[in-house]
Design a protein around this ligand. Structure first.
Ligand SMILES: Nc1nc2c(ncn2[C@@H]2O[C@H](COP(=O)(O)OP(=O)(O)OP(=O)(O)O)[C@@H](O)[C@H]2O)c(=O)[nH]1
Ligand SMILES: [Mg+2]
Length: 257
């Protein structure tokens, strides 16, 4: 039996991670694929689905606010660090499910997941090499050239921190006109196009840095085409599933006959 696949849904606040986790789980269930969901956001109140493993069973932002007299941001940070201490136990609970796919929904405060010591410990606690980061591009940010570059910079820095394959998805695709969708996909796929559109915006300091970053992406050949997806409309999920199968199993479909 192959190692389970861990799919981490990562993205800026409100980009649609939880809605996508829920839709992906439903899609997998309908096809008889053994899948569990894991919520790693200790601060979320209404998540929209019932996770099989929930970090709130170990740490809760509201409890920490009350017990330690912290505000919401301080409590989030304290929770991220407290969660790190619990990771061995949380990992054991996840492993005990013996599912083929773990869908891991990460916190909206992306820096808590991506850049604190806690997250690295968590990723390392998962021994399987089959971990993938699905980075959700929020179309509200990705619409402008400068916004898109900032998201690509973020996803690249997360990828280099975790050393895991990263797949880009363009979330909430139902909100975009066909032309807008194609423009964003083109800009991700062809750095030249994005550099050109950035140059049209003017040459402020930030744009110069963004252009240099896109040139680096191009020469390192790490730019790629995002998969349009809508968690709300359950569109594009099969494309993401197929891409993940391709990465880990060379395209072999593990769906039961
Ligand atoms: N139109 C549309 N709206 C969406 C989609 N996915 C999410 N939303 C809406 O976007 C908002 C945020 O969605 P969430 O799934 O909670 O996003 P999130 O990334 O988990 O948010 P945080 O965990 O707070 O960072 C909600 O109002 C959703 O209904 C989508 O595919 N299409
Ligand atoms: Mg969420």
């Amino acid at each position: 039996m192959p190692d389970p696949v861990r799919i981490y849904f990562v993205g800026t606040a409100g980009s649609g991670k939880s809605t996508l986790t829920k839709a992906f789980k439903l899609w997998m269930d309908e096809r008889g694929l053994s899948t569990i969901t894991v919520n790693l956001d200790p601060g979320v109140e209404e998540i929209g689905y019932t996770p099989d493993v929930d970090i709130r069973d170990w740490v809760s932002v509201s409890d920490v606010m009350e017990n330690q007299g912290l505000g919401p941001n301080g409590a989030q940070i304290a929770c991220a660090d407290m969660a790190a201490l619990q990771f061995p136990e949380i990992s054991k609970v996840i492993e005990d499910f013996r599912a083929d796919y773990f869908l891991i929904d990460t916190p909206g405060q992306i820096e808590l997941f991506a850049f604190r010591e806690a997250s690295r410990i968590f990723l390392e606690a998962f021994t399987s090499p089959n971990a993938i980061i699905v980075f959700v591009l929020d179309p509200a940010v990705a619409k402008t050239p400068a916004g898109l570059v900032s998201l690509l910079m973020l996803s690249t820095s997360i990828q280099s921190r975790f050393q895991a394959p990263t797949e880009l998805v363009l979330g909430k695709s139902d909100l975009l006109e066909e032309e807008e969708l194609e423009t964003i996909i083109d800009r991700c796929q062809y750095p030249d196009r994005l550099i050109n559109d950035l140059e049209l915006e003017g040459m402020e300091m930030q744009e110069v840095a963004a252009i240099e970053f896109m040139r680096a992406m191009e020469s390192l050949d790490i730019h790629r085409k995002p998969i349009p997806i809508s968690g709300l409309e359950a569109e594009g999920i099969e494309d993401l599933y197929n891409t993940i199968q391709q990465i880990f199993f060379g395209g072999e479909d593990l769906r039961p006959d």
